[in-house]
Design a protein around this ligand. Structure first.
Ligand SMILES: [Zn+2]
Length: 460
C-alpha cells in the first residue's frame, strides 16, 4: 500500500511515526486529508495526440509564445489501458471504463463485470455507500459504455435497454444523470422516464432547464435521442461544461460528492477520423476543466482527475513526410463535417456554398473532387437499388462518402494523420488537481486510478 502515500508525507511518516503499520498511516491520511468531493473525468478516446493538438489549435498565432492549455497546467502522468489478457492489448471503452470504475481488468465489451461476468462494485456506488451524493454527466447516451460501467452490470455494452433498466434498478445509487438517450428510456415496452419520476427524480429535456433545478432533489436530464449533437452543431457548443456546472451545484452537500464526467464524443470523432469534430469536443472538455480549475481554487477539498480510456484513430500531427501541422482552418469552423456532408448530399455542390459552410476557401480542384465523390456515390446507390439484395451488404451512403471526402480535404490542409478507424494501445495522459492529486503522479495502470479513488473513499 506504500504506493498510495505521497512521497513527502511518506518520508515524514517514516521520521515521526515509524511505529505505525502502513494500514494505520493510510487511515491517517484518509481521515486527515481525503478530498470531500471527487470528480472523475474521462476523455473517451483522448490519447496524448489529442491534448497536444488542442494546444496548437488553441494557440494564438499572433503572439510569439505558444499559450499553455488547461491540460498542460495539470498533467501529472500517464496510464496504461490494456484490458484483461483474453482481449489482448487494445481495449474498448467498456473494458476501459470497467477498469477505471471498478479497478478490475475485464474483457472488451464488459460493463461492470469481471472476466467471469460477475458484477464488480464501482467507485461511484462505493461513494454512495459512504454517504456521498453521486452524479454522471456525459455527451453520449447516458447508458453508453463509460457511464454504464459506473452504475450498471451487464455482460455486453450493446444491451442498451437492459443497461437502462439496470439504471432504474440502481436509482438509489445516483442523484443526477445528464446526457442523451431518449430512445432507450422512452420505449414502446416501457417508459423509464416516468418510472424515474415515480422514484422522485425531476426530469428535464432542455438545456435551459439546467439553470432552474430544484435544490436538493434528484434529476434525470436527457437531451437527445442517442448522443448529444456534435459540439460544433449543438445549440450550446459548450454543453459539457454547462451540464457539469449544473451537476456540481446540484450535488454540493456537507458529505461531499462523487461525479463522473465524460467527454464521450472525442472518441466518436476519432472513429470518424474527423479532426474538426475532435477539436470542438476537446474545446468543450477544456472549458469544463477550466471551470473545475476555478472550482478547486474556491473548494480546495475537491479532487479532479482526468484521463482517457484509450486513444482512438491513431491520430497524429503531421503526415507524408512534411514537418507541418496547420490547424488554422479548424479554428473558424462552425459546422461539423458530417452536417456539411448532409447538406452537400441534398443540394448541388458549388464553390460559394462549400466555402460558406466550411468557413474557409476551398480550391476548384477540391470542389471537383467533392462533385466526383457525390456522382460516384449516387452511381453506387443506384446500382445497389437495382441489384438483388445480398444479406448484410450495407446500403451505400452519399452522406458518408461526402463526409469522408470533407475529412480528407481537412486532413490535407491541416496535415493530420490517422492509422485506423478503431482504437490504439498507446498510454494515455493523466491530469489531476486538488487534494491528493499526488496519488496520480507518474505512470500508472488504469486500475490503479480506481484503486486510488477507492482508497481516498476509505475502502481497504
Ligand atoms: Zn471508441
Amino acid at each position: 500500500m506504500k504506493k498510495f502515500v505521497p512521497s513527502i508525507l511518506a518520508s515524514m511518516m517514516v521520521m515521526s511515526c515509524s511505529q505505525l503499520s502502513t494500514n494505520d498511516s493510510n487511515e491517517l491520511i484518509v481521515k486527515d486529508n481525503a478530498p470531500k468531493n471527487i470528480i472523475m473525468i474521462v476523455g473517451d478516446g483522448m490519447g496524448p495526440a489529442y491534448t497536444t493538438a488542442y494546444r496548437y489549435f488553441h494557440d494564438n498565432p499572433a503572439t510569439a509564445q505558444i499559450e499553455q492549455t488547461v491540460f498542460d497546467r495539470h498533467l501529472v502522468g500517464s496510464a496504461s489501458t490494456y484490458p484483461a489478457r483474453v482481449s489482448g492489448y487494445v481495449t474498448d471503452s467498456a473494458a476501459g471504463a470497467t477498469a477505471l470504475a471498478t479497478a478490475t481488468k475485464s474483457y472488451n465489451g464488459a460493463i461492470g463485470v469481471d472476466v467471469d461476468k460477475k458484477p464488480v462494485e464501482s467507485v461511484l456506488v462505493w461513494a454512495k455507500k459512504q454517504g456521498k451524493k453521486t452524479g454522471m454527466v456525459v455527451t453520449s447516451q447516458i447508458n453508453h459504455a463509460t457511464p454504464a460501467s459506473y452504475l450498471a452490470h451487464n455482460e455486453s455494452r450493446h444491451n442498451y435497454n437492459e443497461i437502462a433498466d439496470n439504471f432504474l434498478a440502481a436509482h438509489d445509487n445516483i442523484d443526477i444523470m445528464l446526457g442523451g438517450g431518449w430512445q432507450y428510456f422512452i420505449r414502446e415496452d416501457k417508459n423509464l422516464v416516468e418510472e424515474f419520476q415515480t422514484k422522485g427524480f425531476n426530469y428535464i429535456n432542455n438545456y435551459n432547464q439546467l439553470t432552474q433545478l430544484p435544490s436538493d432533489e434528484k434529476v434525470l436530464g436527457l437531451f437527445a435521442d442517442k448522443g448529444l449533437p456534435w459540439a460544433l452543431d449543438d445549440s450550446n457548443k459548450h454543453r459539457l461544461s454547462t451540464m457539469t456546472k449544473a451537476a456540481v451545484n446540484q450535488l454540493e452537500n456537507k458529505n461531499g460528492f462523487f461525479m463522473l464526467v465524460e467527454a464521450s464524443q472525442v472518441d466518436w470523432a476519432g472513429h470518424g477520423n474527423d479532426i474538426a469534430a475532435a477539436m470542438a469536443e476537446m474545446d468543450d472538455l477544456a472549458k469544463t476543466l477550466e471551470y473545475l480549475e476555478n472550482y478547486v481554487k474556491e473548494n480546495p477539498d475537491t479532487l479532479v482527475v482526468l484521463t482517457a480510456d484509450h486513444s482512438t484513430g491513431g491520430f497524429t500531427l503531421g503526415r507524408d513526410g512534411d514537418y507541418l501541422w496547420q490547424p488554422d482552418v479548424l479554428r473558424t469552423m462552425t459546422m461539423s463535417p458530417s452536417a456539411i456532408a448532409k447538406n452537400l448530399a441534398k443540394n448541388s455542390i458549388t464553390l460559394s456554398y462549400v466555402n460558406e459552410m466550411l468557413n474557409f476557401n476551398v480550391t476548384s480542384d477540391e470542389i471537383k473532387e467533392l462533385q466526383a465523390t457525390k456522382a460516384e456515390a449516387q452511381r453506387s446507390l443506384a446500382e445497389f437499388n437495382q441489384s438483388t439484395k445480398i444479406a448484410g451488404k450495407m446500403t451505400p451512403s452519399i452522406e458518408k462518402a461526402l463526409h469522408k471526402n470533407i475529412n480528407h480535404i481537412i486532413d490535407q490542409r491541416t496535415v493530420t494523420g490517422w492509422t485506423t478507424f478503431g482504437h490504439t494501445a498507446v498510454d494515455v495522459p493523466v491530469f489531476a488537481m486538488g487534494t491528493q492529486k499526488e496519488l496520480f503522479e507518474g505512470l500508472s495502470d488504469n486500475t490503479e486510478i480506481a484503486n486510488n479513488i477507492f482508497y481516498l473513499l476509505g475502502k481497504k
